[in-house]
Design a protein around this ligand. Structure first.
Ligand code: AMP
Length: 119
């Protein structure tokens, strides 16, 4: 799938749409999910134009991958999540119900999160 530069996260990265920023580094931006599914629900996105986890893992540079992974940990620590625990999740494609075609990791925390998958 080709990258659509009009997707909502691309527009957030360009500053065309506001976000509630939590953390940023050279390669990633973290902001609160607009429809939180847990007391803490944050999205971490790479700044580059990657459609999904598959696209990112195949095409991103080592520096982008490192910067993105660092951002996940830095964001979770900034939110005070590591002691109590948290979950990270990425939806790729139709079976996972991916809605926004710009790669993103969800960080959930703030309460016991229950089973890993809906039953
Ligand atoms: P996914 O189903 O993994 O593609 O998740 C997309 C997520 O993006 C959902 O949890 C939405 O609530 C969230 N979302 C959509 N638009 C915005 C926005 N403008 N700001 C923050 N989060 C958003």
């Amino acid at each position: 799938m080709a990258y659509d530069d009009q997707n909502i996260f691309a527009r957030i990265l360009r500053g065309e749409i506001p976000c509630d920023k939590v953390f940023e580094n050279d390669h990633a931006l973290a902001f609160k999910d607009i429809n939180p599914q847990a007391p803490t629900h944050v999205l971490v996105i790479p700044k580059g134009p990657y459609v999904s986890a598959d696209d990112f893992s195949a095409k991103a540079s080592d520096a982008e991958i490192a910067g993105f992974m660092r951002a996940i940990g830095d964001t979770a620590r900034a939110l005070g999540l590591p002691d109590a625990g948290y979950r990270i999740l990425a939806n790729h494609g139709t079976n996972a119900g991916q809605e926004v075609p710009h790669f993103h990791i969800h960080i959930f925390g703030g309460k016991p999160l229950g089973p890993m998958l809906a039953r």
